[in-house]
Structures are given as C-alpha cells and as structure tokens.
Design a protein around this ligand. Structure first.
Ligand code: MN
Length: 306
C-alpha cells in the first residue's frame, strides 16, 4: 500500500510521527486538497513539500526550500508518500529515520493545474496552485532527465505572487505554533535541553540538531532585528492568521473548502508589479510575515503549558 515505505522507515514506539490511517476514498473534485511544507532540521536542513492526492500526501524533500523567484530552480527529491495526518505534525523525532525537529512552515490548500494528477506524476510534469499562508500562486514540478527518477525541480511561475524575495529567510517561523525550532524543542521535548547539556561531548546526532536549532534561531532573530520592515512578496492576507489555523479543522469537518482569498484581502496585497519588485521601498500598514510570526509566537507562548 501507499504508506508501506513510510511505515517501514519508522519506529512508532519512539517517534511521535503519526502512523497514518489507511487512505480513504478518493475525494470528489469539489473538495479542497491539503498541502503543507514542513521545515525539517535533521542531518541537513530541508523543506518537505506535501500535496494531498488520493488519500495520502505526495512528498518532495526540497533542500533549499521553495522559492517564489521564478529564476530559481529548486531541487525537489520525490520521497515516499506520507499519511494525511502527517500534514499538521510539528515536533521532535528523537531517533531513527528523520531524527530531528519538524516545523509546520506553511499550510493551506492546493489545486492541480492539470487534468490528471496521477498522469502528471507519471509524465514528471505537474503544475500546482498553492494557497498557503506563505506560498501562493502557481509552480511547476518537473522531473529531471536521468538520475534515479526521483529528482524534480520546483519552479515558481511568473505570476502576481512571484518576487525576488527569499521567502525562507523572510518568513522562517512556524505557521502552527509561531515559533522557531528551539521553541518546538522547548514545547515538545524540554528534556532534550537537559540531556543535551549533560552530553558534553556533543557527539550525538540530537545534540548537533539542537545546536543547529539554536544557531538558526539566533540568525532569525538577527534578521528580524535588522530588517523588521519587510514587505512580503507573498503579501500575507490580513486574515491569514485566522485562515490557516483552522484549515485542517474545516477540512476534516467536511464543510466547505477553506475560504478563497477575499477580494478585500487581495486588495490589501501589492499590485502585481509591486510583487515582482520587492526591493521597492513602499511601506504600508500591512502586517509583515515577521510581525505576524511574532504575533503568532506570543500567542503560542501564552498557550504553552508550564
Ligand atoms: Mn524530511
């Protein structure tokens, strides 16, 4: 079955990752499809793009992360299908396959821009529309020739959501908790701090992961402190924070698909031109990804159990 490879790689006795139910019946065309990007600090930092299809999450590991700059061709390694429940997972994988920290970096819905997704996968040419908090607009996923057939490229189309901003640097935090990798460790595995301090040699994999998490958090803070007036090329909608929080909830409740962007919210975004000239100094009162991340972080802090 589709999840055999996923399960074979993991020991669910030690990993908090979901085992996954059997894929359910196919959705009808009208149902919104879930997508997410999980930022995964393991042996190497990478971003996992996941697209719901036929009851599982099609998955690609993108070492440099998605780009909203059409000039970038981001390598995307096609990996094993993941269970739908994985899509909102955020936490610490203490050991084994993928040991490290998983952050829900973006989520939302996606729409195939092809008639037949399975056929597009076979052909190695899938066009997608992403309606995320950070990623919006359309991308091409193109399998490269040669190799083992797992290498694809993820390329942003030139649309109104494209721009020369490095979105991974620009909006580095979780859309679920608002936090950074270090916050996820503090929340999911606080004992990791203690045990890692005890492991003075710094030899174990998780010690390195946590050290890297601290370094990344410091970089992010430095970024935020020096460039706190970013204008998002992706133009987070004003109601973005509300939308993404309950995307999955609504999906599971079988209600109508998550709100499409409202004309009002769209109007709050930049003009198409502005989106492609992110260096333009136009300042507005729109909330920036950084500011929103911060707001989300303080919410998460308040909710954190003692
Ligand atoms: Mn991964």
């Amino acid at each position: 079955m589709a999840l055999n490879e996923y399960r074979a790689k993991r020991n669910f006795a030690v990993s908090p990752e979901p085992k996954g139910a059997e894929p359910k019946a196919k959705k009808t065309k009208r149902d919104a499809l879930f997508f997410c990007v999980q930022k995964h600090l393991a042996s190497h930092l990478h971003y996992d793009l996941r697209l719901e299809h036929d009851g599982v999450l099609l998955s690609w590991a993108v070492p440099k992360g998605p780009s909203i700059n059409p000039a970038d061709k981001r390598l995307a390694m096609h990996v094993e299908d993941h269970p739908i429940e994985y899509g909102t997972f955020e936490g610490v994988i203490p050991e084994g396959y993928g040991a490290g920290i998983v952050m829900l970096w973006d989520e939302g819905t996606w729409e195939p821009l092809v008639d037949d997704v399975s056929e597009a996968l076979r052909k190695g040419d899938l066009k997608v529309q992403l309606n995320g908090v950070k990623l919006k607009g359309s991308w091409a996923l193109i399998r490269t020739k040669g190799g083992d057939g797992r290498s694809w490229l993820m390329i942003k189309h030139r649309d109104e959501w494209a721009g020369p901003i490095d979105i991974t640097t620009f909006a580095p935090l979780s859309v679920k908790s608002g936090g950074d990798f270090t916050d996820i460790v503090a929340q999911a595995s606080p004992d990791l701090w203690t045990s890692n301090r005890a492991a003075k040699g710094g030899q174990t994999h998780m010690v390195k992961v946590v050290e890297r998490a601290v370094a990344i958090a410091e970089e992010n803070k430095a970024q935020g402190a020096t460039t706190d007036n970013h204008e998002g090329a992706t133009a987070r909608r004003r109601d973005g924070d509300h939308n993404h929080d309950d995307t999955m909830t609504r999906r599971h409740e079988g209600k109508t698909k998550p709100k499409a962007q409202t004309p009002k919210a769209r109007a709050a975004g930049p003009e198409p031109k502005a989106a492609t000239t992110a260096s333009a100094p136009a300042r507005s009162t729109r909330r920036t990804p950084v500011a929103s991340d911060r707001a989300a972080r303080s919410r998460a802090t308040r909710n954190r159990p003692r």
